[in-house]
Design a protein around this ligand. Structure first.
Ligand SMILES: [Cu+2]
Length: 126
């Protein structure tokens, strides 16, 4: 009887641990620690900064939505999209992340949602 009670407690403890774990991974605005560059979409069809910089090479970009509508993020050089990276966040608290390899140069971060063509920022890679 005592043994049974102990097992029940253990099951409850595991269930609590699992639910704590799953809720922490779903916590809004949490990006992996490996992210090199964090970009936030904010209200007013803009990013949180007008200019970002990062170091040349493989760059992991994290994207956080502080706005309430869908935004994307691509890297362009001139008028040409660089690589295949396309991040998308659909609602407040959404996050997305991905890697892109960029040599030193001047790039632009752009949201490709129709009507958001002014949602851009400079990206300087050193
Ligand atoms: Cu946008």
């Amino acid at each position: 009887m005592i043994r049974f009670a102990k097992n029940s407690l253990a099951v409850v403890a595991v269930a609590v641990a699992l639910s704590a774990c799953s809720s922490s991974t779903a916590t809004p605005e949490t990006l992996p620690a490996t992210v090199d560059l964090e970009v936030r979409a904010v209200s007013g069809l803009r990013f949180d900064k007008s200019a970002y910089d990062a170091t040349a090479g493989d760059i992991e970009i994290g994207y956080v939505n502080e706005d309430t509508i869908t935004h994307t993020l691509v890297v362009i050089e001139g008028d040409t999209k660089v690589g295949t990276l396309e991040l998308q966040v659909n609602k407040r608290g959404d996050t997305d992340f991905g890697s892109i390899n960029l040599p030193a140069g001047n790039y632009v971060l752009l949201c490709t949602v129709p009507g958001h063509q002014n949602m851009k920022a400079d990206l300087t890679i050193k």
